[in-house]
Design a protein around this ligand. Structure first.
Ligand code: CUA
Length: 345
């Protein structure tokens, strides 16, 4: 029974770590933050091993030495108190806790100073998606945070409704997103990749579906993104179907969603200006083939595929209407950007 449970737990952890071909690792040496975490973990593990050996050793010694021997009657002589022993078992844990405290404080101080030249990005949690605003660049994107490799970023994390938690495990530690409070978090990504992110604070029906991605791209790709996004104009509408999609989008979706450079300027839902460049759908839930396969189901009935989604269903839309809107959305992109080949973490 125990062996079977252990195997199951092991399999579960394995699946988690390699979900979708990803290697999600809080000890990933790709950022200074995770290197500090690894360093602390090594210290804590050595102390834990030392404590285990001392406690288990003392237990075994006591059991063997004071075991009942043949011919012994009644209780053995009782011992009350031992000042020397009590001083030791108070002093040693105190020293261990102080050492761990000192190392942790050192790490916290090192990581708490945002680099002076860091790019500021406002991160806002919503039920159940993420918004990323670049105030210095005049750019907004939702659910996928795009940053250049090797440059420090300074996130200002907050929420508009309940408490969420921003967590891109292979890059940086969790940070709660609290309504009315702005909390700083900074890190410098060191290798390009498509990093998995997850809300890490129970926030409602689709907490587990409140995901995101951090796309760490080359400086050249980032500059292209910034140039394309700053004065974004949607590409010319390819055909009559896509034109119909735009009209339907303006009628049904524009009060909640923004598409830069058009009459759609809603602020309630995610910004869809560069939807065609996204690698995921539904705030990081579906990627690759699933992203395309589920877009129509999403438009038709979002709460049907993501419980608790605040986007209402649109039972009035006919199949061809939904297809037209999907075609319009897929066409919204900055040319020359392809994030699908980034290695996954
Ligand atoms: Cu947002 Cu959990």
């Amino acid at each position: 029974m125990l062996a079977r449970s252990l195997v199951l737990v092991g399999l579960g952890l394995f699946t988690l770590a390699f979900a979708e071909g990803r290697v999600i690792n809080i000890l990933d040496p790709g950022t200074a933050y995770n290197r500090e975490v690894s360093r602390l973990l090594v210290w804590v593990m050595w102390f834990a091993a030392f404590v285990s050996i001392v406690v288990i050793g003392a237990l075994i010694y006591t059991v063997v030495k004071f075991r009942k021997r043949p011919g012994q009657e009644g209780e053995p002589p009782q011992i009350h108190g031992n000042d020397r022993l009590e001083v030791w078992w108070t002093a040693i844990p105190l020293v261990i806790v102080l050492v761990i405290f000192g190392l942790t404080a050192q790490s916290l101080v090192r990581l708490s100073k945002p680099p002076l030249d860091a790019m500021k990005i406002e991160v806002t949690g919503h039920q159940f998606w993420w918004d990323f605003n670049y105030p210095e660049l005049g750019i907004r994107n939702s659910n996928e945070l795009i940053v250049p490799v090797g440059k420090p970023v300074h996130l200002v994390v907050t929420s508009v409704d309940v408490i969420h938690s921003f967590w891109a495990a292979s890059l940086v530690g969790k940070q709660d997103a609290i309504p009315g409070v702005k909390i700083n978090l900074s890190f410098t990504p060191e290798k390009e990749g498509n990093y998995y992110g997850q809300c890490a604070e129970l926030c409602g029906a689709s907490h587990s579906n409140m995901r995101f991605r951090v796309l760490v791209v080359s400086q050249e790709q980032f500059d292209r993104f910034v140039a394309g996004a700053k004065n974004f104009q949607p590409p010319a509408l390819a055909d009559a179907n896509t034109q119909k999609g735009e009209t339907l989008f303006q009628q049904n979706c524009a009060s909640c969603h923004t598409v830069k450079g058009t009459a759609s300027q809603g602020k309630i839902g995610p910004d869809l200006s560069f939807y065609g460049n996204r690698t995921t759908l539904g705030s990081g839930i579906w990627e690759g083939k699933d992203k395309d396969a589920l877009l129509e189901a999403w438009i038709r009935n979002s709460p049907g595929v993501k419980p608790g989604s605040k986007m209402p269903p649109f039972p009035g839309l006919k199949d061809e209407d939904v297809k037209a809107i999907a075609s319009y959305l897929n066409g919204l992109k900055i040319e020359g950007l392809d994030f699908s080949k980034l290695p996954k973490f």
